[in-house]
Design a protein around this ligand. Structure first.
Ligand SMILES: [Zn+2]
Ligand SMILES: [Zn+2]
Length: 769
């Protein structure tokens, strides 16, 4: 029946609307409302042609926005009136292969409740099938080779659908309608168990055998969604120790996969907010406070108050648990520092010395994706590492250009922009590792292919010696250099939609400053396109280049030399020959550099509090220092701020003298750590107030790797709020160098807007020092 006042509209939707069950949802909603017309995937968008009364169409668009599938994300909805045609029904049309210019790709989604139910139902044709999935769940980004997101463009093309699966796939009312990952035991991927050399182990039920091996204390490599994990029983101290030894990972915390929420609550304190993150459909590793006394062996995360916990997200992982196996170590399947293994042959080569068995399968992984790491701060989810379930990460960013931002060398990510969106890649790693650098190049090529992306502009760090800058140099196109800490500030501003000028407190490890020194304790004022250095941590001369970062005692020794103190007295853990050599090198100026890095000041404090030897993982000394701190201490040391007309210098002498005095008086290290943290908070707030007085700026942006320190971040947020500042910090992108690519893109966009022809440099063109 044609309604007399019937109208016809095109409804055009962009965003994450493919691979998430969007068309079946549209089909059902349209039929429910009695609309006629059709829906179609068009590469970068979904087009709906709908006929019905004005009112029905209005309520339809309402439904589209309010009730869209869990994993969908509508970035834009446009409505265009069309001449009425009088369609007889509503249908789903097959995808048209127009050129893709989308910025959106669905991320990998954890197994959904409907699939879990089938998985646990004896007699269901997918009972205990480790590759069960539907339109609402399953791998996406990690299996897509090209767009549009159709089966033939994913690794699922290797599996031809059987009769029953084909029927589901073709039925609009079925949960698996057009589910590209649909399969079953008759037609889909199969598990296999291999020994450490890659030879098949005879087992009719590989998952069950694997579980038995884990129970016996063995170490297994298990192929997951974005790569391999190394896995053992977390309640078995000997297995955990052996895994550490074989992986050459002496003390870096290991992530735990808990069987379910109940198990997670047994080992950690879990707030309501944290429960929602743990059980949500993205299943990141969530950093949670351990319960005391510790339930799992101390060796899982030594000297840490927090533990990284996730729940099973691939159906395969569900098969590894049992009533007496509730906690598994699930650490990235790599050799420390290298990228995660995701291809079967290289995994066996690389992990064969660690894993005694491999639980693997014949569904390939297209692109490696590590687990995401997240924490809840100030009641907000804060991304620490972008990976599975989150990558590729779309963030609105006003931009007319196609920019490729190359990020930092550490915790590398890359970011592309166009159509007013930025898309950030998953965590890649440390580019100084040859294999990681290779993964970085591969990731860029993958993005180019996937998004039909052809950058005309490259944004990179202003340090020409950084690997990402060297990469940029070799490419065609315009280059924009962005100062490292300004990138941190710009990224944080954009994700918080901050367009006014702001004060940036950027506390970080290292980044080349505009004066050639190593920066990292910076007070910047400015906008996305440029900054003024309003203040900084007082310079100290550090000796030793990279080893100053790797061996925190070297930082402490240099600070002590600068204060005219004898390091032998305060660093009893270091032998005097090493100290004497460092002193000589410092005096003769060998490998010396000026540093205002807050990260190094934390290293110094950590060494004074007894941190020994080399750090094994990034920021280890500072992390252990934070773990020493006690929340009930409110004292702080004295500090001094030199306030000149142009710049503030936050001095270190007074606060370090305070630490040294406490050490001489044998004050407990936990109190010293707390007082040091409190001093940084007080002194920072003080500097920020002085900058407000001079500039009138009231928005404060906190960014940089040092703000991974939750004690510092939460303390400073609350102190600044007490002082009536508006405080912003990173939530969508990591505060560490993983957020730098997005920040570079944000700064580059703003610079282009202001100055749209020549190559420029966010430091140079706006340097007022
Ligand atoms: Zn599902
Ligand atoms: Zn099948």
């Amino acid at each position: 029946m044609v309604v007399s006042d019937a109208k016809r509209y095109f409804i055009i939707l962009t965003g994450i609307v493919q691979g998430v069950g969007f068309r079946p949802f549209v089909y059902r909603a349209a039929n429910r409302l009695g609309l006629k017309g059709w829906v179609e995937n068009q590469g970068s968008r979904v087009l709906i042609d709908a006929e019905g009364s004005e009112e029905t169409i209005r309520s339809f668009t309402h439904t589209l926005q309010r009730e869209s599938p869990e994993n969908a994300r509508i970035a834009e909805l446009r409505i265009d009136p069309q001449p009425f045609l009088g369609y007889p029904d509503f249908s789903i049309r097959t995808s048209t292969a127009e050129l893709n210019t989308t910025n959106f790709l669905p991320a990998d989604i954890a197994v959904c409740e409907s699939c879990m139910k089938e998985f646990n139902t004896p007699g269901d044709r997918r009972y205990h099938y480790p590759f069960i999935s539907c339109t609402n769940c399953g791998p996406r980004y990690s299996i897509i080779g090209s767009l549009p997101y159709d089966r033939e463009n994913t690794v699922m093309s290797a599996f031809e659908l059987c009769g029953p699966c084909k029927a589901e796939y073709g039925s609009p009312s079925d949960r698996r309608f057009h589910a590209q990952t649909d399969c079953c035991p008759d037609c889909g991927p199969v598990l296999k168990l291999l020994d450490s050399r890659g030879v098949a182990v005879d087992s009719s039920e590989p998952a069950k055998t694997a579980r038995e091996l884990i129970r016996q204390g063995k170490i297994l490599a298990v192929k997951g969604i974005g790569g391999y994990h190394l896995c053992c029983n977390a309640e078995d101290p000997a297995a955990v120790q052996r895994l550490r030894k074989l992986k050459h990972r002496s003390c870096k915390p290991l992530a735990i996969m808990a069987r379910n929420l109940e198990a997670a609550c047994k080992i950690c304190k879990v707030s309501e907010r944290e429960k929602a993150v743990l059980t949500g459909n993205r299943k990141p590793i969530l950093l949670l406070s351990k319960r005391t006394p510790e339930y799992l062996p101390e060796d899982v995360a030594p000297r840490q108050k927090k533990l990284g916990v996730m729940l099973p997200y691939a159906p395969l992982q569900l098969l590894l648990f049992s009533d007496d196996l509730n906690f598994l170590v699930m650490t990235s399947g790599n050799i420390s520092g290298m990228p995660i293994c995701f291809q079967d042959d290289t995994a066996i080569k690389a992990l064969g010395t660690v894993a005694e068995y491999f639980l693997t399968h014949n569904r390939e992984i297209q692109i490696p994706v590590d687990d995401t790491v997240l924490k809840v701060v100030d009641e907000h989810e804060v991304l620490v590492r972008c990976g599975r379930g989150y990558a590729p990460l779309p963030i609105p960013l006003e931009s007319g250009n196609e920019i490729l931002a190359l990020g930092a060398d550490q915790k590398s990510t890359v970011c592309i922009t166009r159509n007013n969106f930025a898309t950030v890649s998953q965590y890649i790693g440390d580019l100084n590792e040859f294999q990681t650098y290779h993964a970085f190049e591969r990731q860029i090529e993958h993005f180019k292919g996937l998004f039909h992306f052809c950058p005309d502009i490259l944004a990179h760090d202003r340090n020409p010696d950084s690997l990402s800058s060297r990469y940029a140099k070799k490419q065609a196109g315009q280059k924009i250099a962005v100062q490292h800490h300004h990138a941190h500030m710009a990224g944080c501003m954009v994700e918080n939609k901050l367009t006014r000028d702001a004060i940036g407190v950027i506390y970080d490890g290292t980044g080349l400053g505009t004066d050639g020194a190593v920066w990292g304790g910076e007070f910047l004022t400015g906008s996305l396109s440029g900054f003024t250095r309003a203040g900084h941590l007082e310079y100290v001369t550090l000796q030793g280049g990279d080893s100053a970062v790797k061996e925190p005692w070297r930082c402490a020794a240099c600070y002590l030399f600068a204060l005219g103190m004898d390091p032998h007295e305060f660093l009893p853990q270091v032998d005097s020959t090493s100290l004497n050599m460092a002193q000589k090198a410092l005096h003769s100026g060998i490998k010396c550099f000026k540093s205002s890095s807050m990260g190094r000041l934390f290293d110094c404090a950590a060494a004074l509090c007894g941190f020994q030897g080399k750090i094994i993982y990034d920021a280890q000394a500072a992390i252990e220092l934070e773990n020493l701190s006690q929340p009930d201490v409110s004292d702080y040391y004295q500090y001094r701020i030199e306030d000149t007309e142009n710049s503030l210098i936050l001095g270190y002498e007074k606060m370090l003298n305070g630490i040294l005095r406490d050490l001489q008086n044998q004050v407990p290290k936990s109190i010293i750590s707390s007082k040091f943290h409190n001093t940084v908070i007080e002194a920072t707030a003080d500097c920020t107030c002085r900058i407000r007085q001079k500039t009138g700026l009231e928005d404060v942006v906190l960014s940089g790797g040092v703000f991974e320190n939750t004690y510092l971040l939460e303390g400073l947020i609350s102190r600044l709020r007490d002082l009536n500042f508006k405080v912003y910090y990173n939530r969508l992108t990591p505060t560490n160098d993983g957020g730098v690519s997005f920040g570079q893109a944000a700064a580059a966009c703003a610079i282009l807007k202001e100055n749209n022809n020549v190559s420029c440099d966010s430091g140079q063109s706006n340097q007022y020092e």
